[in-house]
Ligand binder design. Sequence first.
Ligand SMILES: Cc1ncc(COP(=O)(O)O)c(C=O)c1O
Length: 402
Amino acid sequence: MEFNFSSRMSLMNGTATREIFKLLSRPEIISFAGGLPASECLLTEKLARFAAEALSGADAKRALQYGTTEGFADLRRELINYLDAAGIGNQTPENVLVVSGGQQGIDLVLKSFIDKGDSVLVENPTYLAFLQILNSYEGIARGVDATDDGLDLDDLEKKIRLYGPKILYCVPTFSNPTGKTYSAANRRGLIEICARHGVIILEDDPYGRLRFKGEHIPPLKSFDASDTVVYVSSFSKIMSPGLRVAVAAGPKEIIRKMAIGKQGTDLHTSNLSQLITLKYLQSGELAADIQKSLPIYKLRKDAMMSAIDRYMPEEFIHTDPDGGLFVWGRFNAPLNVKELLPEAVEQNAVYISGGVFYADPALGRSAIRLNYSNESPERIERGIAALGNLFKKKIAEAKRNG
Ligand SMILES: Cc1ncc(COP(=O)(O)O)c(C=O)c1O
């Protein structure tokens, strides 16, 4: 039978990462393609204890019953403290919504604002699933150039004048895919420009707490005197992606619209997941647990850096992040990295080719994203050696063929 799917679905190909996940069940494959937190950092026993508490005594009924769309009031109160500790003060329960992962936070902002043909500004390059969600609302992504310390503010203002966007979406701290962080000055500058032009900023911050080096830079939202920023912060990378819990904080009118949108999506975030998160926050142990996880990420990032120095061709120009999960690199050579992926898989190593992270995929033709968080240092070295040999061979061939 032919199924008459909506035209919108034709804009939403399965994302490159999801397709590659199918390969990852083969143990010999060394994956730099994912974006999973280190399995060692999933605190199974602790969370099992909180889950058992949530399903017994006074909490059991509310764990198992329907709940309110905005999320439990006591969890939202804890989240206000959590945001305050990150430099985002003065939040009230009306400014805060519990969402089912950062992904849902993004979806609900776009659902609230985007009509067919509306423009949204994104960094070149940006989180690929953002582009996909935007497609589902038939919005148009417009890329803004980036510099080493953030967005190119001249290009930002130029693109605002050119496209009249409703939203700027960005991942200012340890970005996916680049691992880069916007400086405090850049954050102030982009808020000022967006506020002046009435452009909402959607700040996506799943990685900000995973800093293993350098000075903390507060979220964009903490510089936001004009109520321009909707901030989304997920517990996926610092607690568990499986529980699907994140927080959105923003102007109360926007939070209200998002809550109405959420009613039609999932009614509310899983009560059991909310209660586990609440108990974890109340225990006061999250910050110390994150601290304990950081050396694991640093070790893996350092292993990737030394393997890159040792095995990658000199034409590979890359980032060296102070936190988060990703390294981004570009070949200063005419390599089509997407076409090379099957050969990399034959060498038992996978990466994500850069094109998928751009509003205009041609811009990412010779770029790759490498994830280091969920492989051991030994496997990172082996995988980068395999990729380095492959890329060196291809660059030499390209030079020979003129
Ligand atoms: C930049 C960014 N935003 C959002 C998400 C979605 O994460 P979650 O829905 O698990 O919070 C991810 C996941 O990798 C991400 O990298």
